[in-house]
Design a protein around this ligand. Structure first.
Ligand code: NDP
Ligand code: MG
Length: 411
């Protein structure tokens, strides 16, 4: 009883939230959810990379203790802009270490890890090392460093709550004691079923993919997301990264993680049990739902998302993914099977390829080719340290940047 009461009071204490990547789609949605709970959550730190103006407006609205920009020059510009607002006490800091500083700060309770790509690795890791509640949107950090990341979480007693809608759905469908040392519930699970919309090119023929523009690739049918994850959805690398993410989060062999195409994005993922039962989580495709779940857990709080209207829904359909057309799915499974630094190489090569596509240096269809080349050409030693992951990431990016624009991949 005493435990119950103390937990109840703890959950009612105002929580300080640090949002890494506050100017992105997930960051802004997090602020939208938090806006509904002024007595439950306090915005402690906000961070951005280049969006000085957006961060400036967020600082005026939220008055956090810290505002962070990855580059010190940008931090100076923001700091100067804030000088005329004497009532605002926000401290502006800059440089990559400042991201880790706010993630690890003793007054930070919750960290929303919503930086895109490998750039979020060290700050997400820092939150994990310092026992924070991590709301993990930055799937790339887990893909790159899965085993090390999960060890940090276990050793520090962090609460890791997945924000990626599929993994959040699975979290909601798993037994409450799943993963605890005394539980045997994992034996009752036969499969994790990740649903995916199939992206904007689900019904586009493979031949037509080479002429795809950045605008077409970013035009996701159901979700509003940042540019990189939108392109990942178009190549289906997003689902590939999510397979790896699920294996680490739920300690599952990859053979037990299945991908099912579900174009309506209403069922966000499912868990199949030994008795033939399948539990699913449903909802409108709105990231505010998993964000509110992560912030409120174990309670449920209002997300502000629209509710499902079953009478308006025409049908829910399912199909197998086309592994021939979407080769990134196979490459992700292969990189995970090889282990070591290969998932980091998969991620780095994907980031370089997507960036080059956005900059019109390569075609859409070059993206899987570049990843395949990196997985076959780059091989680095893994010694179970974060440094070996960072080295592989750095060397792989360097190698590919030298290749791109050459004969093999150019527009
Ligand atoms: P956005 O591109 O919208 O936002 C990315 C954020 O990261 C911005 O705040 C950006 O700052 C910051 N950022 C970018 N590069 C760096 C860098 N080098 N150093 C520090 N900060 C940086 O992305 P999303 O919000 O869409 O996605 C964020 C993460 O969440 C990704 O890992 C994505 O896979 C994951 N996710 C997103 C979903 C979605 O629906 N959007 C769904 C599930 C997962 P700036 O604005 O200054 O560039
Ligand atoms: Mg997802």
């Amino acid at each position: 009883m005493f435990f119950y009461i103390s937990e109840y009071f703890k959950s009612n204490i105002m929580k300080n939230v640090t949002i890494l990547g506050s100017t992105g789609t997930i960051g802004e949605n997090t602020l939208n959810v938090i806006a509904g709970f002024p007595s439950k959550f306090n915005v402690f730190a906000l961070t951005a990379n280049k969006s000085i103006e957006k961060l400036y407006r967020q600082v005026l609205d939220w008055r956090p203790r810290y505002a962070v920009l990855s580059c010190t020059n940008s931090a100076k510009i923001l700091s100067d802009k804030l000088k005329s607002h004497s009532a605002i006490k926000t401290e502006v800091i800059g440089g990559p270490e400042s991201l880790q500083f706010v993630a690890a700060h003793e007054e930070t309770d919750y960290v929303m890890a919503a930086i895109v790509g490998g750039a979020g690795l060290l700050s997400s890791m820092s939150a994990a090392r310092h026992g924070k509640r991590i709301l993990l949107a930055n799937k790339e950090s887990l893909v790159m460093s899965g085993e090390l990341f999960m060890n940090e979480v276990k050793n520090s007693g962090s609460q890791l709550l997945p924000i990626d809608s599929e993994h959040n759905a699975i979290f909601q469908c798993l037994p409450f004691d799943y993963g605890s040392p005394k539980s045997s519930s994992s034996a009752s699970i036969t499969k994790l079923i990740l649903t995916g919309s199939g992206g904007p090119f689900l019904n586009t023929s493979a031949e037509k993919l080479s002429d795809i523009s950045v605008e077409q690739a970013c035009n996701h049918p159901n979700w509003v997301m940042g540019q990189k994850i939108s392109i990942d959805s178009a190549t289906m690398m997003n689902k590939g990264l999510e397979i790896i993410e699920a294996c680490h989060l739920y300690d599952m062999p990859s053979e037990k993680v299945e991908v099912v195409i579900h174009p309506q994005s209403i069922i966000h993922s499912m868990v199949e049990y030994i008795d033939g039962s399948v539990l699913a989580q449903l909802g409108t495709p709105d990231m505010k739902i998993p964000i509110a779940y992560g912030l409120g857990w174990p309670e449920r709080i209002c997300s502000g998302a629209e509710f499902l209207d079953f009478y308006r829904m025409k049908s829910l359909t399912f199909e197998k993914p086309d592994y021939e057309k979407f080769k990134c799915l196979t490459y992700a499974r292969e990189a995970y099977r090889q282990g070591g630094v290969y998932p980091a190489i998969l991620n780095a090569s994907n980031e370089v390829a997507v960036e080059s596509f956005i900059e019109n240096k390569v075609k859409f269809t070059h993206i899987p080719e570049i990843i395949d080349c990196a997985l076959n050409s780059c091989s680095f030693e893994y010694d179970s340290t974060i440094n070996s992951i960072l080295r592989a990431d750095f060397e792989c990016r360097k190698y590919l940047k030298e290749q791109i624009g050459g004969k093999k991949w150019s527009i």
